[in-house]
Design a protein around this ligand. Structure first.
Ligand code: HEC
Ligand code: HEC
Length: 254
């Protein structure tokens, strides 16, 4: 037989467990079941401190660390391999963010992740300062005309329409509102000095989600709305150095 005192203590203990344990149990289950795991696009947030760090690198130190990059990105920051991006003249914040994202794994690349994992945030700032200062004109030995004319004027016009006006019916803002020359969103590179095949690959990666390091899903939502033809036309347009930010020095479109 259980004595009444023990029974009373047991009842109290049970009540205690129910009162304290049940809410904790419920809390635990609700946070496990109701909320999907949060996936942050990038560990970079453009706070005042981050902008200061990313924009105040030492270009000379960057030029020394950057020797190892020339092998693939070109000694003057212009890559001769279309799958590898040009880094010459690219805005510091943009290069810095990409290096941080490769470092944290938020942007995947079997080639760049191991390289970026060896770099500190300061190394990345120094490299970004160095590459941002390189001329956006390719090697003077390169005797192709820069910018290259586009073979298909129809394609060229289709691209320019999206770059300059966007498409209100699909809620597409103009590319130049964030990529220049009209406006720059922090971390958005100028596209007019990038090579076409690389641009196309990035638009494809944003639209199929294999690249997902864009803060607030900005580029994934835009790229998903572009048709394959539009992606190609815009990439060729910018890749031909004919983007609006290529400047007045270049001949106007037909
Ligand atoms: C072995 C070749 C190789 C080397 C060496 C290399 N890179 Fe890269 N880099 C690549 C490739 C390939 C990509 C494109 C990755 C992708 O497809 O997403 C890339 C992409 C990048 C990007 C992204 C650019 C953009 O427009 O989004 C940056 C920034 C970059 N590299 C910086 C560097 C720096 C700085 C170094 C030297 C410390 C370096 N890379 C060394 C091959 C290389
Ligand atoms: C609302 C601002 C915004 C608009 C509009 C916009 N972009 Fe972007 N774009 C960005 C940002 C920000 C990034 C950098 C993403 C990151 O942090 O990786 C980017 C990156 C890119 C890249 C990758 C470049 C590289 O070097 O890796 C391409 C290509 C691109 N955008 C193409 C376009 C095109 C084409 C359009 C128009 C159809 C467009 N963007 C419109 C903000 C924008």
């Amino acid at each position: 037989m259980i004595c009444p005192e023990r029974a009373r203590r047991r009842a109290l203990l049970f009540a205690g467990l129910v009162c304290c344990g049940l809410p904790l149990f419920l809390l635990g289950t609700s946070s496990d079941n109701d909320q999907p795991p949060v996936r942050v696009s990038s560990e970079v947030a453009w706070t005042h401190e981050t902008v200061q760090l990313a924009s105040r690198g030492d270009a000379f130190r960057g030029s020394l660390i950057g020797r190892q990059c020339g092998h693939c990105h070109g000694s003057e920051g212009f890559s001769s391999e279309p799958a590898i991006p040009n880094l010459a003249g690219v805005d510091r914040l943009s290069t810095w963010k990409q290096l941080q994202d490769f470092h944290s794994g938020k942007r995947g690349s079997p080639v760049m992740q191991p390289i970026a994992s060896m770099l500190t945030a300061q190394d990345a700032a120094d490299l970004s300062a160095y590459f941002s200062m390189l001329s956006t004109f390719p090697d003077p030995q390169d005797n192709r005309v820069f910018p290259q004319p586009m073979a298909d004027p129809g394609k060229s016009r289709a691209a320019e329409k999206l770059i300059v006006f966007g498409d209100g019916s699909r809620g597409l803002p103009p590319c130049q509102a964030c990529h220049g020359p009209v406006g720059y969103l922090k971390g958005a590179p100028s596209l007019a000095t990038q090579n076409a095949r690389y641009l196309l690959s990035q638009l494809q990666h944003f639209s199929d989600g294999t690249r997902s390091n864009d803060i607030n899903v900005v580029m994934r939502s835009i790229a998903k709305q572009l048709s394959a033809e539009e992606k190609t036309a815009i990439s060729e347009y910018y890749g031909a150095g004919r983007g609006p930010s290529a400047g007045e020095a270049h001949p106007a479109l037909p």
